[in-house]
Ligand binder design. Structure first.
Ligand code: FAD
Length: 401
């Protein structure tokens, strides 16, 4: 293993799209980067696994892919396998009241196991050092010249590394800032929205599920006042189910599987029995933000910074864009730390990402109104001009590299 008892220019905690893209961009700029993740990679993640056209554009802007079908990027995760991912062209919105299919600008569906691993591989190829199965924690700021991060690697004893700058990309379930205390800890604590939903999902082998039931290229979205369930086909005939539920609803149903079945069936969609034997994962309440997105020699990016609702399927794009936006400030921090870098990062986040997340929150709130949900298709969604654009929209604006 690489000697990790040393000083890094940047230590990045979390190798999802935000952290791995950030590692790729910084390593490409010649920085000495350590990327760690507590999971063993490749790893699954609760997600609808849909990449909107805007997310594909963000991957292209980051220099991770040159192709709309992403085959060049995915080849890094599965060399020589010529992975073919479904092109997503429609979303079928279903409620108890009916269903309608809306066109989407072409996106892709790809498992997070493959996508995230491919980005990590590209970061490694650019020169970043990656350590999986490594749980990291940031220590309170004691020295003005560096940040200290503790690492627990597998069953090894705790190691300590120093960095000019630490980047927190540990997602919704991350706890890597939990050791911070005092004013720094208070300002960086996540603020979870009241009544936030939780996420749950699984990926199964879809070969046994009739291809006419859930077709390639369509997102099936079942909407209920207590949550929504998305189903889509992925590469290698896998099927992804990603869902957002009210916590009380899952408790009342007894399990996420039962909750997903209830919502699908209430919308006249079939619950494939194979889902019961899938490996289900869950998230903490996901709608959240932080008072501040950084501190001395520390930046928070991706879901760890803030997250809205998954309904619009934009989280991966937000995560990649957050890396693109934060990198110039992180690069500056490796040369000379200035407190204003945190304010600059926050300003960029607010300008380019907060708006899209706010819209997703509002849409999430709208979907909870039972009256609206029941009349959703006829009365509301199809009458919103350009809904299909909203469903695949990333915040516009110039994203710097
Ligand atoms: C139900 C649901 C459906 C969704 N559907 C879609 C969709 O279809 N399309 C879309 O674009 N987005 C979707 N999203 C959102 C998307 O999954 C996230 O926005 C995206 O994964 C955020 O990327 P990230 O890199 O910030 O965090 P993550 O992908 O969550 O990565 C964080 C990483 O940090 C690691 N980590 C955590 N703590 C530590 C620690 N202490 N030390 C080391 N590593 C640590 C974790 O293991 C993880 O690998 C969905 C979300 C949910 C909940």
């Amino acid at each position: 293993m690489t000697d990790i008892d040393q000083h890094w220019q940047v230590v990045i905690i979390g190798a999802g799209p935000a952290g791995a893209t950030c590692a790729f961009l910084l390593a490409k700029s010649g920085k000495k980067v350590l990327l760690v993740d507590r999971a063993t990679f490749p790893r699954a993640k609760v997600c609808g696994s849909c990449l909107s056209h805007k997310t594909i554009e963000a991957l292209q802007r980051a220099g991770l892919s040159e192709r709309a079908d992403l085959t060049d990027l995915l080849d890094a995760g599965a060399p020589g396998k010529n992975i073919d991912t479904p092109a997503i062209k429609n979303i079928k919105l279903c409620t108890a009241g009916g269903a309608t299919t809306l066109p989407l600008r072409t996106g892709r569906s790809v498992s997070r196991e493959l996508l995230d691993w491919a980005i990590v591989k590209r970061a490694q190829a650019a020169g970043a050092v990656f350590i999986p199965a490594c749980s990291a924690s940031v220590l309170p700021s004691e020295n003005a010249d560096y940040r200290t991060v503790t690492l627990t690697i597998g069953s090894d004893a705790l190691k300590t590394v120093r960095a000019d700058c630490a980047v927190i990309a540990d997602g919704i379930n991350g706890q890597s800032l939990a050791q911070l205390s005092g004013e720094e800890g208070r300002r960086l604590a996540p603020v979870i929205a009241r009544g936030s939903r939780i996420g749950a999902g699984t990926v199964i082998d879809g070969r046994e599920v009739s291809p006419t039931l859930y077709q390639n290229g369509t997102i099936y979205m079942a909407v209920h006042k207590s949550g929504y369930v998305g189903i889509v086909r992925l590469e290698d005939e896998k099927i992804d189910l990603g869902a957002a539920f009210d916590l009380d609803f899952v408790r009342a149903c007894g399990s996420p599987q039962a909750a997903a079945r209830k919502i699908l069936e209430s919308c006249n969609l079939e619950y494939p029995e194979q889902l019961d034997s899938g490996h289900w994962l869950g998230t903490a309440p996901f709608t959240r933000k932080r008072k501040t997105l950084g501190a001395r020699r520390l930046f928070v990016i991706g879901d760890a910074a803030s997250y809205g609702e998954p309904f619009t399927g934009e989280g991966i794009g937000w995560a990649i864009n957050s890396a693109l936006l934060a990198v110039p400030h992180i690069l500056a921090a490796t040369v000379k730390w200035e407190d204003r870098l945190v304010s600059l990062w926050q300003k960029d986040h607010k300008q380019h990402l907060a708006g899209g997340q706010q819209t997703s929150r509002q849409l999430g709130a709208l979907l909870r109104t039972s009256e609206l949900t029941n009349r959703l298709i006829d009365s509301v969604l199809v009458k919103i001009p350009g809904l299909s654009q909203i469903l695949s929209t990333q915040p516009e604006g110039s994203i710097r590299r």
